[in-house]
Design a protein around this ligand. Structure first.
Ligand code: HEC
Length: 176
């Protein structure tokens, strides 16, 4: 076979395979974003004011049981960290020689805790918890460092009122 005919035959093969990708049975990945009611399920953001929080309630005692079953495996018993981040403890450590960013030592708003757990945890089963369970888990995590009292029942009204220890430790990028 001459060089020219070799070139022509390999070009023909390439053309055939490109053509077969253009077949009508080609299935693109994903789905068209045309159903607004389904998009709403991803539009879940909760603001520091509590806007977006669902109705519900839960206590630390309830949260402690859920935590042991569904969270401690990765975050450690007492939430001090294992294969996944520590969530509790180290409050007041940020300005020390060994600063540790936990939810309780670092996060400025308790509403973010609810938002994060609801959309992402347990990491192997996001969206599997009810609103009551997420309030209960938030109450457990916050009460472990005395940020709320152990007997407080958290709900959509009082969660935004929780004063996080590092609330004033942030500098606004765009001061007013
Ligand atoms: C299978 C392991 C696993 C389980 C179970 C799990 N988590 Fe997590 N969690 C992670 C990992 C990994 C991260 C870090 C994710 C990242 O940084 O993207 C994380 C991050 C978090 C954070 C954010 C911590 C931070 O400082 O950024 C919170 C809050 C949290 N998890 C809460 C929970 C709660 C509550 C449960 C139980 C309902 C739970 N997790 C169960 C693995 C797990």
């Amino acid at each position: 076979m001459s060089m020219v005919s070799k070139f022509i035959s390999s070009t023909a093969i390439i053309l055939i395979s490109i053509n077969s990708f253009a077949d009508t049975d080609y299935q693109p990945l994903g789905k068209a974003a045309d159903d607004l009611s389904k998009q709403a399920q991803w539009n879940l953001s909760i603001s520091p004011t509590g806007e977006g929080l669902p109705a519900g309630k839960g206590t630390a005692a309830q949260g402690s049981k859920i935590f042991a079953l569904q969270c401690a495996g990765c975050h450690g018993p007492e939430g001090i960290g294992a294969s996944a981040d520590p969530l509790m403890g180290e409050v007041g450590s940020l300005a020390s020689e060994y600063p540790e960013k936990t939810v309780n030592s670092y996060w400025p708003y308790a509403t973010t805790l609810f938002d994060y757990i609801r959309r992402a945890m347990p990491i192997n089963a996001p969206f599997s918890l009810t609103a009551d369970e997420v309030y209960a888990l938030s109450a457990y995590i916050l009460s472990q460092d005395g940020i709320i009292a152990a007997d407080v029942e958290l709900n959509q009204e009082n969660l935004p009122q929780v004063a996080m220890p590092n609330r004033d430790g942030f500098i606004a990028i765009y001061p007013e």
